[in-house]
Design a protein around this ligand. Structure first.
Ligand code: MRU
Length: 364
């Protein structure tokens, strides 16, 4: 997608043939800078510190991380250790484990001398497939937006939470892909952007990428969504997910569940957009089984922003000494999800719905 008229992906191989370049998402929206990652430890740290974030992008970064690790030491034990190190960086998004397992499957049968090159090729394939999947999600999801426009004849108001745009993937995004595709097709859209405390991925990242791409949007505090829905100001919600169970429960950024409850109470359709790499086919009950990342108290008690002169400042916003809790994700049960938007089409959030689109999983 575009920034200042120039097309970017969020991650791409460096010109030196030994690194990848990423957009440093910690600095956005105040500064646009890229960062070079060239070692296993740097890849792990970029994921842990959220220089890169968003389920699909975490997976691709980890895949390249294995390339770096295998370049230094391609033994079985080094491969085990690299998978363990990268896999421990963030627990909720299953794309991380999925991408690591995929690269591992590809390289383990090979002679050590061939493993690094194969990991590089596989990471590139995962990145390219993510772009194709996200574009397909966009094409399918845009039909839902177009249907609202056909029915009402006016601007379609969409509410989204966190950042499930192109910055969270390699390109296009998941929840935002249908919006980009709809806008390209000439359908008038407007996006309500939940600020998404504590790290404000909505206010910082979703607003940034929608603005850079010329999509009309308005940032709202996290608690405004229910009010807007009660007043008919939201036609549909579209969010992303970090892990979806085989029965269609979805883990996404903390606060998603409350939006789904408000949507159900107000008859607003609540869609979840995901590539199939986000489905954890081994789990059923998301509330009980999906591991929820607990992050630092400091993300709750402090905030970083730009002063009027553009310099960054971090300030404490909570009472000194008060403890804080920071669960980073919550689980929305399938019963609150109107449908899942995947690269293969739109399907009910149910075991039957998922298996109808991914029949190959029946045998698995
Ligand atoms: O903690 P983050 O910023 O990695 O969380 C990201 C989200 O919750 C996204 O909505 C999610 O990854 C959906 S995938 C595009």
């Amino acid at each position: 997608m575009k920034i200042d008229g120039r097309s970017y992906r969020t991650i791409w191989p460096g010109a030196d043939g030994r690194s990848v370049e990423v957009i440093d998402q910690i600095l956005l929206p105040h500064e646009f800078a890229t960062r070079r990652i060239a070692t296993l430890e740097e890849a792990a740290e970029a994921i842990r510190s959220m220089v890169v974030r968003g389920a699909p992008l975490i997976g691709v970064t980890a895949a390249y991380g294995l390339w770096f690790g295998l370049r230094d030491d391609a033994s079985d034990s080094a491969l085990d250790e690299a998978v363990r190190l990268l896999g421990a960086t963030r627990p909720t998004a299953v794309n991380l484990a999925w991408a690591l397992a995929r690269v591992e499957r590809r390289v383990r049968p090979l002679a050590p001398a061939d493993r690094a090159a194969a990991a590089f090729a596989e990471a590139g394939a995962i990145a390219d497939e993510d772009v194709a999947c996200c574009h397909s999600i966009g094409v399918h999801g845009a039909e839902l937006i177009e249907a609202v426009h056909r029915r009402t004849g006016r601007v379609v108001n969409i509410l989204t939470h966190c950042n499930a745009g192109w910055l969270a993937t390699v390109d296009w995004g998941t929840a935002l892909a249908p919006i980009y595709v709809a806008q390209e097709a000439g359908i008038p859209v407007h996006v309500w952007v939940d600020e998404t405390r504590p790290r404000n991925q909505g206010a910082a990242l979703t607003a940034f990428e929608l603005g850079a791409h010329g999509v009309p949007h308005t940032v709202i505090v996290d608690n405004a969504g229910g009010h807007l829905m009660q007043h008919g100001m939201v036609d549909l919600c579209i969010v992303g997910t970090d892990r979806t169970t085989a029965r269609g429960d979805v883990a996404n950024k903390i606060g998603t569940y409350l939006k789904a409850l408000a949507a159900q109470d107000n008859g607003v359709p609540f869609y979840v957009a995901l590539p199939s790499s986000t489905v954890d086919w081994s789990l059923e009950d998301g509330v009980r089984e999906i591991p929820i990342e607990e992050r630092s108290e400091r993300e709750v008690t402090h905030m970083t922003g730009a002063r009027e002169d553009g310099t960054l400042a971090t300030v404490r916003i909570a009472a000194p000494g008060s403890p804080a809790a920071n669960p980073a994700f919550d689980v929305t049960p399938a019963r609150l999800v109107t449908a899942l938007i995947t690269e293969r089409g739109i399907t009910p959030a149910s075991p039957e719905g998922l298996l109808a689109l991914f029949p190959e999983r029946k045998a698995a």
